[in-house]
Ligand binder design. Sequence first.
Ligand code: TEU
Ligand code: CA
Length: 549
Amino acid sequence: MGIVVEKRWWQSTVVYQIYPRSFQDSNGDGIGDLSGIIKRLDYLQNLGIGAIWLSPVYQSPNDDNGYDISDYLAIMEEFGTMDDMDLLIAEAKKRDIAIIMDLVVNHSSDEHRWFVEAKKDKNSPYRDYYIWRDGTPEQCPNDIGSIFGGSAWEYDEASGQYYFHLFSKKQPDLNWENEVLRKEIYHMMNSWLDKGIAGFRMDVIDLIGKVPDEHITGNGPKLHDYLQEMHQATLKGRDTLTVGETWGATTEVAKLYSDPKREELSMVFQFEHIGLDQKGFEKWDLKELDLLELKLVLSKWQSELGNEGWNSLFWNNHDLPRIVSRWGDDKTFRVESAKLFAILLHSMKGTPYIYQGEEIGMTNCPVTDFSEIDDIESKNMISDRLEKGYTKEEILTSINAKGRDNARTPMQWDDTANAGFTTGTPWLHVNPNYKEINVQAALNDKNSIFYTYQKMIQLRKEHDLLVWGEYHLVEEVPDEVFAFTRTYQGETWLTVANMTGVSQTIDLQEYGKVAEVIISNYNFDTVSIVKGLEPYEAFIVKLIKNKSK
Ligand code: TEU
Ligand code: CA
């Protein structure tokens, strides 16, 4: 017999990410809020998800929409109060939905009391909560760049020192070398866990072990020591889901985080597939996706973690363009391709994440002018690239393909004004396609994308095969077709997905015969595995193996 692995609740559940600012406004100020989320819990329960990852709701001056926190133990005024938060946790629990908070501890806001004190006084105990180095106005400590453009060092005239910020200059990096700071963070995490939240999504956690003087930012030497220390101080003995955002993780590194024996995190978000449609390190330098590469990268992650790690599965989040626009067809085959992405991802091994609106096939929201852009990352890129001589058209092409606002336009609930998101003026423009693409329309159409997601979530609850089954990439298909099997306790399911808008042909008779159609995005009752595939056709079938095999 194989090794006995302890099964955990978060391995068979599906997580739904809410970007609170854009989910549901309840008081007409144009900004989503906690009461709005509470109103929509029944909808989420109907979808079937078991946990919500809540993007930051803490007090923040919103330089980076809440990813710049000025008080970790207070709620952003625009979002509501701590009472609303407690009510959200309780109401979610009633519906068997766990709340996972965003933990942003690589940096704080420059308006956090710690930084205010640190900046004011070189001898303050808070000075060492941040990373300061000597320099002159002309000479910064080194050439490390900020992920949002420009230098990572910001000069502070009063003290003649620079502070370090890997994101905006209003997001100074916290100094994890400082044990007092680390303890303060663990204390804060425990306060939240004691309130009844079920875990954390940890923002850019792979950066906390940085050693700026040696040019090390990701995967620093003490990163895993810190996470093990954190685990002992906060997570140990609690049944939590933790997921680290780790842009630089390879499969080997992912095992360091998620091997249960090491007691760090439940899983990480890896981004190898996300980088496949860019040239080099710059997401703005567009390249066409190579479907074979996508299959190989995802299959590598499926195969290599084994029992020493656990995958998270996602196409989307608040930083990424909408998948149906990115790798599907958001026009002719919007419904088919959106369903394809659901079927494909949710039949892989790992914990699936759905980003708000993905379940109704929300699309990117094109912009034609810089003035329509909100996101700080895009704004910084615009000034950077204009200076470098890029044309306005080139810049807009990149932003329309990859800009973060694409994911952040308000959730489309119905076909009334502002898509039912707000009765006021929305903080960010609503996608004009909301009259056609909205929750109400999806719920009223039994063939909608919503019900494909609902069914995939249900299947995962009912079939251990989807949670535990071994993954095997089917190579005997055209590059444009993504096919794999999952096998568990003698049963095998086959997933087939034509990733293109043109037909493809497969012949998989050596894999066996079709016993049953589990799901089909064309609603086929019967399918053969020797057949022509329709554009973006995707299905899962249960196989009867050939006797000889
Ligand atoms: O994102 C980390 C990060 O590296 C992103 O900035 C990423 O490079 C970019 O968005 C890709 O489009 C996390 C959060 O998810 C993001 O929203 C925050 O802005 C960032 O950290 C800083 O907290
Ligand atoms: Ca509001």
